[in-house]
Design a protein around this ligand. Structure first.
Ligand SMILES: Nc1ncnc2c1ncn2[C@@H]1O[C@H](COP(=O)(O)OP(=O)(O)OP(=O)(O)O)[C@@H](O)[C@H]1O
Ligand SMILES: [Mg+2]
Length: 385
C-alpha cells in the first residue's frame, strides 16, 4: 500500500540521483536547521553550484504540519523563481537515500546576518539599497501568490556585486485560503508576526512584519523588542510597543523611520497592507539621498545611506577578519576577480562624504546569534521552523 502511495505521489516523479557520483563536494558552506549545504562542482555541467540536501526526518516533520494540504516541496517552489534578488535554483530531485536536494547558483558573498553584526562600511553605505532589493524580492513573491514565512537575515545573502539574494524557501506556502488558516506557527520567533504567534488567520502581511523587523535590525543591529529569542518571550512582549527606531538612530530620515515602524504594527489593519505600499517611501528616500549625494560628490552617486553621517573610521571586527580569511581560502578556487577582503579594503578608501553613521552604542547581540530559534522540536507544532 505504501509502495503504491509512493508510486503515484509527486515524489516518485522526482529523479533519483547519486549525488556522490554526480557532484564533487568541494566544501560545506552552511549548516541550516533543516539541511546541509555544500559548495560543489556539478560534473555534468562543469559549473560550481550550491548543493542543498534536506534533512529527511525534519523535512517529513515539517511537511506533516501541512498534512492534507498538498504543500509543494521546497524544490518544486524554488525552481519557479526568476528574479534578480532571489537565488536561482537549477534543478531538484531526490538523492539515492531519498533526501530532497536542490542545485542552486553558488553565491559568493556574505550572509546578511554577518553584515547586520559587522555594520561595516558596505552595510552603512548600502543598507537602504539592500532593504529595497529585499522588498523587491518579497514583492515578486507576493505577486506570484506565495508567502515566504521566514524572512530574516539568516535566509538572505549579499553577493560580491552587492546584490542581495533571498536563499531559503523551506517554509514557503501558497497564498491560498487553506494555508492561511489559524494554527501553524512555523517561522523564526523574533521575526514572526503577532497574528502568527497568536495562531490567528494569516496573510501576506506576515512577511511585511518580518521584513520590517529585518530592516530595523539592518539599520540598528538590534531587534525592535528585547528578549525575542523564544516563542515564550515573544508571546510576552508581543502586546507591548516596539522600541521606536528613532531612539536608536536619532538622525534617521523620519519617512524611513515611520515606514519601518508601520511595518511593525501589532494589528494587520494598522500595518502596511501591501509590500508595494511599504516600498514607496523607501524608494523616495533612496532617490532623494542619491540625488543629494550626486550633487555633493558627482563621482559617487551610486551609494545612498539611510543614516546620518559620522565620518568615524571603521575597525575590522574579529568576525569580519575570520570571514575574510575563510573567503580568502575559498577565493583560491576562484578563477579571477577580487577577494572580499580586497573589496572591503577598497571600499574603506572611499571619500568620507560617503561615510555614514557609526552603529548605535550599547548594542545587544541580535537574538538570531544568541540562539538559533529556528531549531524545530519534534512533535511540537508550536515551535518555530
Ligand atoms: N546558493 C547558495 N550559495 C552559497 N551559500 C548558500 C546558498 N544557499 C545556502 N547557503 C548557505 O547555507 C546556509 C543554510 O542554507 P538555508 O538557509 O537554505 O538552509 P536551511 O536548513 O533551510 O536553514 P534554516 O536554518 O534557515 O532552516 C545559508 O545560511 C548559507 O550560508
Ligand atoms: Mg535558512
Amino acid at each position: 500500500m505504501n509502495f503504491l502511495k509512493r508510486f503515484f505521489s509527486k515524489e516518485s516523479r522526482l529523479p533519483r540521483v547519486n549525488i556522490k557520483q554526480r557532484f564533487e563536494l568541494i566544501g560545506r558552506v552552511g549548516q541550516g536547521s533543516m539541511s546541509k549545504v555544500w559548495r560543489a562542482r556539478d560534473l555534468n555541467s562543469g559549473r560550481t553550484v550550491a548543493l542543498k540536501v534536506l534533512h529527511k526526518q525534519k523535512t517529513e516533520e515539517l511537511e506533516a504540519r501541512f498534512v492534507g494540504l498538498n504543500k509543494p516541496k521546497e524544490g518544486d517552489i524554488a525552481v519557479q523563481f526568476q528574479h534578480p534578488h532571489i537565488v536561482k535554483t537549477f534543478e531538484h530531485g531526490l538523492t539515492s537515500d531519498g533526501e530532497q536536494f536542490l542545485v542552486m547558483e553558488f553565491i559568493e558573498g556574505y550572509s546578511l546576518s554577518f553584515l547586520v553584526e559587522a555594520q561595516n562600511e558596505d552595510m552603512r553605505t548600502n543598507c537602504l539599497k539592500y532593504m529595497i532589493q529585499l522588498g523587491e524580492a518579497i514583492q515578486y513573491f507576493h505577486k506570484e501568490n506565495w508567502i515566504h514565512r521566514d524572512i530574516c537575515p539568516r535566509n538572505i545573502m549579499v553577493n560580491n556585486e552587492q546584490q542581495l539574494k533571498l536563499i531559503d524557501f523551506g517554509l514557503v506556502v501558497p497564498n491560498t485560503p487553506p494555508f492561511l488558516q489559524p494554527g501553524n506557527r512555523t517561522g523564526t520567533a523574533a521575526y514572526m508576526a503577532p497574528e502568527l504567534i497568536k495562531r490567528q488567520k494569516t496573510s501576506q502581511q506576515i512577511d511585511i512584519f518580518s521584513y520590517a523587523v529585518t530592516c530595523y535590525e539592518m539599520l540598528t543591529k538590534r531587534l525592535p523588542w528585547k528578549s525575542a529569542e523564544t516563542m515564550e518571550a515573544v508571546l510576552q512582549h508581543i502586546n507591548s510597543p516596539p522600541k521606536p527606531i528613532q531612539e536608536l538612530l536619532p538622525g534617521i530620515n523620519p519617512q524611513l523611520a515611520d515606514a519601518i515602524m508601520k511595518g511593525l504594527e501589532l494589528y494587520p489593519q494598522d500595518r502596511w497592507q501591501t509590500i508595494d505600499q511599504m516600498l514607496v517611501p523607501f524608494k523616495e528616500v533612496y532617490q532623494s539621498q542619491k540625488t543629494a549625494v550626486a550633487q555633493q560628490n558627482p563621482a559617487s552617486s551610486e551609494s545612498s545611506s539611510a543614516r546620518p553621517a559620522s565620518g568615524k573610521p571603521e575597525k575590522q571586527s574579529s568576525r569580519e577578519k575570520s570571514d575574510s580569511n575563510s573567503k580568502r581560502a575559498r577565493s583560491s578556487q576562484k578563477p579571477a576577480g577580487k577577494t572580499n577582503e580586497q573589496r572591503l579594503r577598497r571600499r574603506k578608501r572611499k571619500p568620507p562624504g560617503e561615510a555614514t553613521a557609526e552603529p548605535p552604542e550599547n548594542q545587544e547581540q541580535p537574538a538570531s546569534r544568541k540562539k538559533a530559534p529556528s531549531q524545530p522540536k519534534p512533535g511540537n507544532p508550536d515551535e518555530s521552523h
